[in-house]
Design a protein. Structure first.
Lengths: 242, 260, 278
């Protein structure tokens, strides 16, 4: 084997062209953008879904059940393809029906939508479990004080369930960051796809894939660090369980 | 709670609508989001360059279209066109009978033969007999895939399908393939790269089959967009006649890429 | 990674598990019958108005693809589990160098996308083959194929996730049980083989079905490195026929059936294993 230094050309990772570092970082920013957007959208869907599952009528409950079952039984890759092509089509169709007219859905919006719908189902399940973990007595006490259902929700149920939900939600954030890689398959320029392009253009496959791995790992570790801080704050007053 | 959700949903919808309205007049030009030198390849500053990028700029300028380039996944490029994620394909797509069932094409804008390359260590011809028992790499959803399956796959060769041309080339260099079939110019670009020079050489062009290999490369369009088609055909003709086409082609090729 | 997290919470949120299976009686509520009728009408519309004429032609290939997917799933789940046991164990009792190595391994694998790992293994390693003499070794006929890379990547990923579960399971076996075994004069190996390992596996079993469903959901990624599984057969249909939605709908249906069968099989297994004290 030749001297390893001869086939690792570090200058390829330089931030300024002809190095590809800048392209990779921009890909990382795209990935983070989509992860944040998709996660937030998923959180909204999840809150709606969990409320629907716990407090909705029988039909809402069944429809929510179908949604979470499908997402939890079908690979993300397949869902992403279906939603990317069919989902945006359907969205356009619905928008046209309500009279807004056809719109142009950018790759970013489509990516956020796709990741959001997948995350929404997972979030629904996490939040449902967390809300169920809130002691019934606390909610009954709030009701006994004459609070309206909305007030019970915002003042008691949501704040009280948060400590139970945070571990699951933080895992879902890590999963959202990694799921963005799947958008490479539909040609969205996030980190994994730009890595493949850089690797293909320079033929330094090993170097670029490892570099992208380091970037993803850094994202995970930084997130992990922040999650620990949030968790510690949220669990104040809880007995340490583990 | 419900009210907030409604507000958020509405603002989201309006946001999408606003984003849509802002870019209503643009024409989105789709091509494969992968290095395909010398036609389209990304450079280190994230821009796309190559012969086809210059062709696209010339066409859009000539036809007075506000074009935005939109890289998409090659294997989903036709669905992307039909579902209006892009408005036309300038991505080295050959005009074939099969594709004409689904989409429409402009007149051809270049035409090149189909070649086969293989490792230097092996000698064989680009014929069904020569490739018997070999593993041939092709890119999915290309005329080469159809051709290789018909002529080589049914004559004792194994055809392996790759998402991008670049991955097939890479696997040939890695020794996982015995041959790669593709556009002769794209293969030339690979053979001239450091990786290609070291491992591989051209094994010749395949016998033509116009029914599969088509009649040159055209701009892919949705069916029924005759106005756009007319504009593009006029633009192709115009840049051929006013010399623009030859000017940028000379930078890349020393032969006539337009064909006969 | 977040150590306080019971891993099964997220797994359960992401994977369909036996608790979610409906019971036969639950279908006969009035509103469900109406919903079922609407669903039946929807299915009828899909079958009637969309294009399905390609199905018979591709049926044999689809069957082959499903077999490849299942082979990928089971081989990697079994291999991954075998790797997960030592990974979990050294994190609980191993000497610190091994402990750190195992921890780093799990963190790195769980912190990067599987798709990237797969491409790193297949294309990254492939690109350095020409510089090495690997073509002369007995391994070459396997390294030339694409499936070993798929199996390796999926196995490693499963081992890392399940290794974390096994770590919790090993740590969670009550110390009293192990002390009792020692008091009976069992040596360390016997304690491990007869008490610690079986109890830890028993504790890990409930998460195992979730992890297996997640693994099934990860298998289509191998199609991106030219392994011909059911996903790649469907991709081929899409490319050959230019039909977009119908093949993907069929694919989603196939995966739902596979998940359903897997989950029912797990429930059957779970019912056969006594769960006293788990």
């Amino acid at each position: 084997m030749a001297d390893p230094a001869s086939f690792i050309n570090w200058s390829l990772l330089a931030l300024e062209p002809p190095g590809w570092g800048g392209v990779l970082l921009r890909g990382l920013m795209n990935s983070i953008e989509i992860a944040i957007g998709g996660y937030s959208f998923g959180l909204l869907l999840g809150i709606g879904g969990a409320c629907g599952k716990l407090y909705g009528g029988p039909i809402t409950r069944d429809l929510m059940e179908c949604y979470t079952t499908i997402v939890r039984a079908v690979p993300e890759l397949v869902l992403i393809l279906l939603l990317y092509y069919a989902g945006t089509d359907a969205l356009n169709y619905v928008l046209a029906l309500v009279g807004i007219g056809e719109v142009d859905i950018s790759g970013l919006v489509a990516g956020i939508f796709v990741i959001g719908v997948v995350q929404g189902a997972y979030t629904t399940e996490v939040l449902r479990g967390a809300i169920k973990a809130v002691p019934a007595g606390q909610i009954e006490a709030a009701r006994a004080y004459g609070m309206s259902p909305t007030k019970v929700m915002t003042r008691v149920t949501l704040p009280a369930m948060l400590p139970y939900a945070i571990p699951g939600l933080s895992n879902l954030w890590l999963i959202a960051t990694k799921d963005t890689a799947l958008l490479a398959v539909v040609g969205f320029s996030e980190l994994t796809l730009v890595t493949r392009q850089a690797a293909g253009a320079t033929k330094a496959y090993l170097l670029f894939y490892c570099a992208a791995g380091v970037l993803y790992l850094a994202l995970t570790l930084v997130s992990d660090f922040l999650i620990k801080i949030i968790e510690r704050r949220a669990r104040r007053g809880f007995v340490e369980q583990s | 709670m419900k009210k907030t959700l409604k507000t958020i949903a509405l603002s989201l919808a309006l946001g999408i609508a606003a984003a849509g309205a802002a870019s209503a007049e643009q024409v989105k030009v789709g091509f494969a989001a992968e290095p395909y030198p010398p036609f389209t390849s990304p450079d280190a500053s994230g821009n796309w360059e190559g012969w086809e990028v210059e062709f696209q700029k010339a066409i859009c300028a000539e036809a007075k279209l506000d074009c935005v380039i939109t890289p998409v996944a090659w294997d989903g490029i036709i669905p992307a066109l039909t579902s209006k994620k892009i408005d036309m394909i300038i991505g080295s797509m050959s005009i074939t009978e099969e594709r004409l069932k689904t989409i429409d094409f402009s007149d051809k804008y270049y035409n090149t033969p189909t070649g086969i390359i293989g490792p230097k260590s092996e000698t064989f011809d680009a014929t069904p007999e020569g490739l018997k028992g070999k593993t041939i790499g092709v890119q999915v959803s290309t005329i080469h895939q159809d051709y290789a399956n018909k002529y080589f796959g049914e004559n004792g060769a194994t055809v392996k399908e790759y998402q991008t041309q670049d991955e097939a080339n890479n696997d040939l260099a890695a020794g996982r393939l015995d041959a790669v079939q593709a556009d002769a110019i794209a293969l030339d670009a690979f053979l001239n790269s450091d990786q290609g020079k070291e491992c591989c050489e051209a094994k010749g062009n395949v016998k033509d089959d116009p029914a599969i290999l088509g009649a040159g490369v055209g701009i892919g369009l949705r069916k029924g967009e005759d106005e756009l088609k007319g504009k593009l055909n006029a633009a192709i003709k115009a840049i051929r006649e006013n010399g623009t086409y030859d000017t940028f082609s000379k930078k890349y090729f020393d032969f006539n890429i337009y064909g006969e | 990674m977040t150590d306080t997290t019971p891993p099964d919470v997220t797994t359960h949120a992401m994977a369909f598990t036996p608790e979610d299976l409906p019971t036969a009686g639950s279908f006969f509520k009035p509103h469900r019958i109406v919903l079922l009728l609407i669903a039946a009408a929807l299915v009828f519309c899909i079958v009637w108005f969309m294009r399905w004429d390609w199905v018979p032609q591709y049926l044999p290939r689809l069957g082959y693809g499903i077999l490849v997917t299942l082979a990928m799933l089971f081989s990697t789940a079994i291999l991954g589990f075998i790797l997960a046991v030592p990974l979990g164990l050294v994190q609980v009792t191993g000497p610190w160098p091994l402990k750190t190595l195992a921890k780093i391994f799990c963190t790195v694998i769980r912190g990067t996308p599987l798709l990237l790992q797969l491409w790193l293994l297949y294309y990254g390693l492939g690109s350095i083959f020409p510089q090495t003499g690997i073509k002369q070794t007995f391994l070459w006929p396997y390294l030339r194929e694409s499936w070993p890379y798929g199996v390796a990547a999926l196995t490693i990923s499963f081992a890392a996730y399940e290794g974390e579960v096994m770590r919790g399971a090993f740590a969670g076996v009550p110390a009293g049980e192990i002390e009792a075994a020692r008091a009976y004069g069992m040596n360390r190996w016997t304690v491990f083989r007869r008490i610690w390992l079986p109890r830890a596996i028993h504790r890990a079993l409930p998460t195992l079905n979730g992890e297996t469903v997640l693994q099934l959901k990860a298998t289509p990624l191998v199609a991106t490195i030219t392994v011909i599984d059911v996903y790649s057969v469907i991709s081929k249909v899409r490319q050959d026929t230019y039909i977009t939605y119908e093949p993907l709908l069929l694919l989603a249906l196939i995966y739902m059936c596979l998940t359903g069968i897997l989950v029912i099989a797990f429930r059957y297994l779970e019912n056969r294993i006594p769960t006293r004290g788990a």
